[in-house]
Design a protein around this ligand. Structure first.
Ligand code: ADP
Length: 375
């Protein structure tokens, strides 16, 4: 069992700047929680307060119902993996992993059992006699994880553990962390600035900005129901298109009128607007690049644009478009839906039309940035 609860946790560093404001979160036993947000938003500080490496200015942190505010890191029963791995360079991989167990005075045969078992799970058995300098970045990362694993801690904290790896290795290690999680079956708190890592790893994601929680939810919730423009733009890549437009209500139906087009907000989205009694008027309309499609010319729901850049990504094209009033939009087009001739045609300056359906629209208050339905 290991639940973690933060109540009104605040951090003010010596320079009197409040880095974390009233942080409230309950992490359930065996949950995988990811703190995500831009650099400097307070993710590491929060993690380090949970670990006991940083004092808490106000509030309480509980692990399994016990307030740990005044407990030393070693007494909190947590394991932490850092971005820079922090391995001892003069020790072998085996000794690095065994280090904390030896400090605990565990008998050597038990240590052997634990270290070889962890090495097996992580696929580093053949490197146990090497020193860290003779390992690749990914292998070092595994040793760092191994060192945390053998301690059988209640909570596993990871601070940007993959950020020093190249893109391919990062994807591979991400999958390995998912497997590791299944094997360890413990509570994980993971810090990253990378929304893809957050989406793929987290049971729930905590999206932070300037020391404040903007939204907590499952990957699907934050993707489909972002509470505000910040979350909407942070989750998903390329980021959501934002269009200043009008929400119109006629005959009981809502419409938007981007760039002179007229598109009905139909289905569930239309019903949600009605239920919420959203007032017609100026709004910021959000539409993800993958939810915009190329349209035949001339329909009333078609928006005329010109291509500025066509990025060929392999399975899809990222078309960077500019509308007549110089608004920039990005559209993701699956290459499989285009003939070779069409692909050829989509070069700089090409005129085309795009459209989107009611169900993919997000509506935000242009001033507060709040989602008009879910915010
Ligand atoms: P993140 O992990 O989201 O990148 P951090 O928690 O590392 O953010 O930092 C949050 C803010 O706190 C930053 O503005 C950073 O400069 C500041 N900060 C971090 N550590 C200290 C410190 N020891 N003293 C003063 N300010 C700090």
């Amino acid at each position: 069992m290991a639940s973690v609860k933060l109540t009104d946790v605040k951090k003010v560093y010596d320079n009197h700047v409040t880095t974390v404001h009233d942080f409230n979160l309950e992490i359930k036993d065996k949950e995988f929680i990811v703190f995500v947000g831009p650099s400097g938003c307070g993710k590491s500080t929060t993690l380090r307060m949970i670990a006991g490496l940083e004092d808490i200015t106000e509030g309480t942190i509980e692990i399994d119902g016990v307030v740990v505010n005044d407990l030393q890191p070693k007494d909190r029963d947590i394991a932490m993996v850092f971005q820079n791995y922090a391995l001892y360079p003069h020790m072998t991989v085996y000794d690095n992993i065994a280090f904390s167990l030896r400090l605990q005075k565990m008998p050597e045969d038990e240590i052997y059992e634990k270290v070889t078992n962890a090495a097996e799970i992580l696929g580093i058995t053949e490197y146990l006699t090497r020193k860290p300098r003779a390992l690749s970045g990914g292998q070092r990362q595994r040793v760092a994880i191994g060192r945390a694993m053998v301690r059988n801690s209640k909570v596993f904290l990871m601070d940007e553990p993959l950020s020093n790896l190249d893109a391919k290795l990062r994807n591979q290690m991400r999958a390995e962390i998912i497997l590791l999680r299944q094997k360890l079956n413990t509570t994980f708190i993971y810090v990253t600035h990378d929304q893809t890592e957050a989406m793929t790893l987290g049971d729930r994601i905590v999206i932070m900005r300037d020391g404040i929680i903007e939204q907590v939810g499952t990957p699907m919730e934050v993707f489909e129901k972002p509470h505000n423009i910040f979350v909407a733009e942070f989750i998903g890549a390329p980021k959501m298109n934002m269009i200043k437009t009008n929400l119109v209500k006629e005959g009981g139906c809502y419409y938007v009128t981007p760039f002179g087009a007229r598109i009905e907000v139909d289905g569930e989205k239309g019903e949600e607007l009605i239920q919420k009694g959203v007032k017609p008027g100026p709004v910021t309309l959000g539409v993800r690049p993958e939810h915009m499609v190329l349209a035949p010319e001339g329909g009333q729901d078609a928006i005329p644009c010109k291509i500025e850049v066509n990025e060929m990504m392999g399975s899809e094209l990222h078309l960077h478009l500019v509308t007549e009033d110089e608004t920039r939009l990005i559209v993701r087009v699956p290459t499989i839906e285009l003939s070779a001739q069409q692909r050829e045609h989509l070069g700089f300056g090409t005129q085309l039309y795009i459209t989107f359906k009611g169900k993919v629209m997000h509506f935000f208050d242009s001033e507060s940035g709040k989602n008009l339905i879910y915010g």
